[in-house]
Unconditional design. Sequence first.
Length: 498
Amino acid sequence: MTATEQQLETAEPTNIVIFGATGDLTRRKLMPALLRMLCCGLVHADSRIIGVVHDSNEAEWLQLLKDGFDEFSPQLNVDEASWLKFSSHLKMVSGDLGDEATYQRVADSLETLGGKKNAMFYCAIPPEWYGKVAQGLHRVGMVNEDNGYRRLVIEKPFGSNLETASRLDKELQSVINEKQIYRIDHYLGKESVQNLLVYRFANSIMEPLWNRNYIDHIQISASETIGIEYRAKYYENSGALRDMIQSHLMQIMTLVAMEPPVEFTADAVRDEKMKVLRAVRLFEPEQVENQTVSAQYASGTVGDETAPAYVSEENVSPDSATETFAAVKFYIDNWRWQGVPFILWTGKRMKARVSEVMIRFRKPPFNLFDSHASLPAANALVFRLQPDGGVVIRMNAKKPGLTTDNEEMVMRAPYANDIEHVADAYEILMHDVLIGDSTLFSRGDEVEECWSILEPVLKAWKDRFSIERYRAGTWDIAAMDELTEDCVGGWHKPTIYE
Ligand code: BG6
């Protein structure tokens, strides 16, 4: 079966168990995704959704979910009839995650559906509970796959450094098989991120150019306009490096840099990604300063709104030195990429919300049109990931007129007008869990390798007392110009298309 056919496959009937069923993730993302998946048959109609809840009764829980649709997904227009249909799949199990009896109640609530007791356990809970939930399920025989599959879904952060990440892996793998663990990185579920593999491996014009002979450097970025919203407690201990670079952006880097896998299967793809990570040059402590940038937003104006400084956000310490902007310049020491900088950067409260991969080619070897023209700009190929997914090629063309002067011509090919609603990342990823395809999920060794690469940076940034500031709503980070000084074209700030 091809991967495409697999993606359209309806999964077997399943007990979808959600730990943390009153939480934000459940209401904002999981329930809307499940509702759409049930409507279009991606979740089998005989499936059950079991919410594990400790602080409400069933009526309150159902009301909370119903209100959640109105609040977070008004575009779904969940009317009374569709709510009744959806809620007929819902069932609540009450219990605290710390109470062993809860897991027995969960076990008792699983139904035999279509002859099997398949179960997907989704941990929409703080990461410190992942190990305990896996152990609780193990104790009551719920990770045993004799009578149907048992899959555990967890979300980043997977640890906060190498030590805690490997401790978590050991804790999980002592009771559950790695193949049963699905580590969600929601960026890998984005249409446009998956499309990177198709652009690379379904087109023959890319491969000859895709190496150090033609590429000067690559910038992979995710700039956001939002601040830290209600997540100060998490963000204060995380910062932009852990929050975005260790996970989403390093995952994208592996997709951009990897060799073609021998087949499009989970382990073949992840083995190639892993080879990239193993080739990333490790920093010496004294190199951290020259190869990274960190900064924090000061107050400013984002769009039409005034934004407070990070340190004035609720629950943020007034002398916090947590970075809300981070950049790292990596080198990948292998035949394809030797000497090509990969600059990964991300920031909150920036001028625009754009994620992209920018491939900057080398300059033309010399300027043939020297006597009349300005020096041609180096070409760029930009994969726009969001919000307006597509490809942009920047090439030089002759300016109309009597001279050979040239100007940059921007060719834009949108991939879909409203990329984020083509298919929501959570729908794609939950469906993959249900059909047992882990290609788009991070494997334990990848996660640990990313932490290990970042270890020197985390150590260097740990004890700092002060940090550079940038005005919210701007790209005013001078250190980025220094970081990209030796890169053709310098720091590439995303173009804002009207
Ligand atoms: C999350 C981070 O993983 O990704 C958030 O924790 C960030 O801080 C979010 O805002 C960005 O996701 P997206 O899909 O909006 O680009």
